[in-house]
Ligand binder design. Sequence first.
Ligand code: RP5
Length: 164
Amino acid sequence: MKEDTSPVIGIIMGSDSDWPTMRAAAEICREFGVSFEARVVSAHRTPDDMTTYAQTAMERGLKVIIAGAGGAAHLPGMAASHTVLPVIGVPVTSKALNGVDSLLSIVQMPAGIPVATVAIGNARNAGLLALQILAISDASISEKLLAFRRRIAAESRSKVVTLE
Ligand code: RP5
């Protein structure tokens, strides 16, 4: 997926193996016409890069960071420790424990350093939450979110269940 210029949403992940999950966050940003960047930044394999990424994110113009990782998923929390930008964590499904390890690694942050954690594998919701944060000060994103909600409400109302 081609990176956008002047990104306002930063999507980072511990490995390229997280991309099949994390691309849903990028896709919803693109659907809404909001610029993003997507990078592999590992808390364990490239810790200095992770630190630099988070420490310079705000001055580069990012408004929200979405961070996904699996297993010993320290990336979202460590990124959050280096910035006051909101960080949304995406627990990626792991081979050994189906992502429960990722979820617990991300959600159990100590007091003072929050990470907004979405459900295991739900990068689309992470993208939507990032857009909702931006919508606080961007009426055009807010209007698109309201239209999106109307659409999913209509889809939900159109569902029919029957007892055969
Ligand atoms: C984590 O380890 C990554 O976020 C990924 O979910 C997991 C496995 O990484 P790879 O071994 O596939 O690179 O750091």
